[in-house]
Every structure is written in C-alpha cells, then in structure tokens.
Design a protein around this ligand. Structure first.
Ligand SMILES: [Zn+2]
Ligand SMILES: [Zn+2]
Length: 210
C-alpha cells in the first residue's frame, strides 16, 4: 500500500504522525548512539478521553510528562512518570468526582530493522516510527492496569440508602427507615376483603358477593 520507503506497512506506520502533537515525541535529536539520553518535561493535552468506562483521563486533560528518553542498542527506552487528572463516577454513590493518576512507564520503542523489531510482534514491543515515539497506546495500556474498575469518590464513601436511594453523605448518619413488621405486611394482603375500602395494590378482581 505505501508507495514510499516500503520498509514497513504496519498499521501504526501507515498513519501519518505529527511530531510533538499530544503524546507523540520526536526523538531524532537522540541519534542512535546507545547511551545518549534526553530528559523531557512537558505538558501534553489529551485529544481523546482515555481510560475505563467509570473513570478516565478526560478529553482535553493536561497531562504532565516527566520522562527520560534513552538510546539503547535496539531502540529508545522511555522511562519516567506521567501524571494525569482523572474524572470518574463513584461506583457506590454514583456521584461524579475528580482525582489524579500517576503512571510509571518503562517502555522500549524498537528501531525499524532492529533485531527486536524483526523478532517480536508490534503488539508486544512498540515501534519507533519516523523517529517518533507515540506514548498514547502506552498510556492507554497503563491506565487499563492502574485505574480502579470500581472507582470511589472517597475511600469510605457510604453509598446510597438501600431503602430510598438517597446519598448517605447528604442524608446524614441519622437517616433511616421504619421497617414494617413482616407479619403486618403479610396481613395487609387480606385487608381489602374484610374492610370496605380496597387497598391500592389489589390487582385481582374483588370477590362477587351474591
Ligand atoms: Zn461515592
Ligand atoms: Zn433512605
């Protein structure tokens, strides 16, 4: 398909990348001398929402990158931290909340034509494409591992009242319900027949007295 270099036709390579856009880092200045290193501190803006259904790094979030890019014999090793704000919905009380997530990266991006590139699949080891590394798939993977499947607004969120569904945090600790004695609840079924006034929940037809 690609008419150009013809070296790779992988899906990632086929897309044109804009260096320095969001999570794509230009590593050209590293050269290919193993041991060359570059520190990178930057704020990147997430173009998409990244994460899980209940909690994610929101679209437009400012993500702090504090990374070390190091040329090694097989590629570029990226290590460091990524700190991102997150927005979620509490799995207990269903309220929206915000938090932040720190990710620790240690990821090799293999050079094209390196032994690593030739002996691994591109879903096993990331590739360097046009002298850029794209951190987005790395961040997506890490978020999948680090973000909670059942996020909580606070670690001790009291959730919702099981009786009426009010959020316990606003209802107060004295919130409660009088529980009807189950024996009375049983008797209530027969009540419409004996008294003249039918209850609201008598679905069946009333017996016909002749
Ligand atoms: Zn909550
Ligand atoms: Zn209640």
């Amino acid at each position: 398909m690609p008419a150009g270099s013809g070296s790779t036709s992988r899906s990632h390579a086929a897309q044109r990348r804009e260096p320095d856009a969001a999570f794509v880092l230009d590593v050209r200045s590293l050269g290919r001398r193993p041991g060359t290193m570059k520190e990178l501190r930057r704020t990147a803006v997430a173009a998409d929402r990244l994460g899980l259904e209940m909690i994610a790094l929101p679209e437009g979030a400012e993500v702090e990158l504090d990374l070390r890019l190091q040329a090694v014999s097989e590629g570029v090793l990226v290590t460091g931290t990524v700190t991102a704000p997150t927005a979620g919905e509490c799995s207990r009380c269903l309220e929206p909340f915000t938090d932040s997530q720190e990710l620790y990266l240690t990821e090799l991006f293999a050079y094209p034509d390196s032994a690593t590139e030739q002996t691994t699949e591109d879903d096993e080891v990331y590739r360097l494409v046009d002298d850029t590394v794209d951190l987005e798939p790395v961040i997506i993977d890490q978020l999948g591992l680090e973000l909670p499947l059942q996020p909580l607004c606070t670690p001790d969120c009291a959730g919702l009242c099981p009786e009426c569904g009010v959020r316990m945090a606003i209802a107060g600790s004295d919130h409660g319900h009088e529980i009807l004695d189950p024996r009375w609840a049983g008797l209530a079924k027969f009540a419409p027949e004996s008294s003249g006034s039918a209850g609201p929940d008598t679905g069946a037809a009333e017996p016909d007295h002749q």
